[in-house]
Design a protein. Sequence first.
Length: 292
Amino acid sequence: MSAQTTSTQDSNNPDAAIDPSHWQEQEQSFLRKLNEEKRRKTISQLTLNLLGVVLFLLLWEATPHVIPWMNILLFPPPSDVVGTLVELVESGELLENIAISMQRVLLGFAIAAVLGIVAGLFTGRIALVQHLSDPVLHGMRSIPAIALVPLSLLWFGIGEASKVALISWGAFFPIWLNTFTGVRDVPPVLVRSAKSLGATPYQTMFNVILPASLPFILVGLRQGIGIALIVLVAAELAGASSGVGYMVATSHQLFRVDIMFIGIATLGFLGYMVDRLFTFLQSRIFPWYSSK
C-alpha cells in the first residue's frame, strides 16, 4: 500500500520524473542566449559608434571644400590634420603632453573625491554641520574655476600645485553635492533598523548609510572626472609649460590651427575614454549598480 502511494505521488509530480541535469542544461542554454544577446548588442553599439565617427569625419572633410568662403587655413580638413598628428606622435610630443595632463587630472580628482565624499557624509548626516557650511559651500560652488586662476598662481606659484588645486576645486563640488544628496535621502527605516539591532554610529555609517547612498556617490564621481578634464584646460592655459591645454595655447600663438584641432580632439577623446573606463570599473567593482 505504501509503495503504491509513493508511486502515485511520483506520477502526480512531474518534476520528480525530470533528471536534475535537465535543469542544468536549461540554465546553461539560457545563459548562453543571454550572453549572445549581450554580445550582439555590444557589437551593434560599437558599429553605430564607429559609423558616427566616420560620418563626422566625412562632414568635416567636405565642409571647407563645399563652402566657398571657408578658409582652409582656419578650418583644415582631417586629411591635413592627420599629417600633423603623425608628426606629433612620432616626435613623442603629443604622448608626453597627454601623460602630463592625465597625471594632473588624476591627482586633482583623487583629492577632490576624498574631500567631497567626506564633506558629503558630514553635511548629509549632521544638521549642525549642514547649516553652518550650506551658504559657504553653495556660494563657492557658483565661482567658476577659471576665475581662480590668478589667485592660484599667487598662492601656489606656476608649478604643479596651482594646476592640481584648480582641478580639485572644480571636481570637488559635484562629488560633494551628490554625496550629500544620497546620504541625506537614505530611508530612515534603514537607519532605525540598524540602531534597533545594536549597530554603533560607525557601523551605521559604513554598513548602512554609505552603501545606500552609493548610486549618488558614483554619479558624483562620474561628473567630477568630467569636470576635472574641463578645468584642466583653464589650469594649463596660464603658467604651464606642458600639457594638452598648453599645446592648444601655443598653437594659437603660432597660428597652427591644425595643432589646435589635434589638442581639442585629444581632450574630447580623453574625456570619452576616461568616462568609458570609469563605467567599466564601476560595473566590475559594483556589479549590482549599473549606469548606462
